[in-house]
Design a protein around this ligand. Sequence first.
Ligand code: GLU
Length: 430
Amino acid sequence: MASASTATDETSEEPTEEESALETARRQLQHAADHLDIDQNIVERLKHPKKVHEVTVPIERENGDVEVYTGYRAQHDSVRGPYKGGLRYHPEVTREECVGLGMWMTWKCAVMDIPFGGAKGGIAVNPKDLTDDEKEQLTRRFTDEIRAVIGPTKDIPAPDMGTDPQTMAWLMDAYSMQEGETIPGVVTGKPPIVGGSKGRDGAPGRSVAIIAREAIDYYGKDIKEADVAIQGYGSVGSNAARLLDDWGANVVAVSDVNGGVYDANGLDTHSIPSHHEEPEAVMDHGAPETVSNEELLELDVDLMIPAAIGNVLTADNADDIAADIIIEGANGPTTTTASAIFAEREIPVVPDILANAGGVTVSYFEWLQDINRRSWSLERVNDELETEMLTAWQDVREEFEARDVTWRDAAYIVALSRISDAHEARGLWP
Ligand code: GLU
């Protein structure tokens, strides 16, 4: 989880390791902009969100007490289409964090060339403290508070940390009831029975696996001989691990919040329960060795995938990372200082905005299915996702090779060029 720091001095030369998502996002933006001949006014504009909505969300707890939570929806940029991005329920959600994560969504949609802008929202709450009924109340009330600023052509939320398809179904229902008609396109990541897309759940992990496979190949390795370590066994980590395992990779270590299991001969990833199947059960899986989350990140493997929380690769451990390639499964796992150390050490880091963009890409497919009232087969979803990921990989690879920059800069250059061209074409109004 990114820190809740409120400092936003993006020009500071010495970033502290308590870097907020917003600070990281702004530094990354400026870094990429320095490689491009784009109007600095556009860059300046993109360092700030268009709007941030802050609401209070009161609910009556089961003991009869009323508790008031704070919810946000940060809308960053919509030059390429409606705002798009997740909603997270987590105690450390802040305004700044939503803005930083919303910026990443703008780049993510642009790097994938899907016609959406970027947003992120959330409620500062620990969902584990709430019953299902309380979560439902919270979601319905929050939806009502932000109803005027969301919608299928305005801003389309989706699941993120602490929210799931059920949360999205409540949101869709609350919105539809108030509007007087069923409007599935207001939100993505819903259960398929109410307009969700097949394959949406597994999509972020699938895209991480596809990009990992391409990166392994790019660096001249054979996937069948690649040792892989994955931090996090939620939707992203477990789906990426199982696909890479199916494609012949040797997944030697996976972890959850309590720590990880290690087997030099490769784990049976399908028999280790994902967070969704059985929370926090990774350590119960019989394996020759266990590792802490810190040790897992430092394993000498071909590929390491941080797929849990933000800010895990920092100045403190970047010199000790022994992996040959890093693929970012989580949003923002690498701090600015760690990124610089990896660049210096020539360890390629394929960024989150490309690697885990399968989630928002299948969200786009879901939105298309909703507005066309026509559902796609799982096979079609996975085929089209594969095509989109390979196209984006190719676009980023071309910049990577042509400009001799990091993978992160290359992805930002692709995204930023598309966004700034759109801003130029539309111009300023009035
Ligand atoms: N929360 C996801 C992300 O960070 C998905 C967003 C979406 O599908 O709109 O990419």
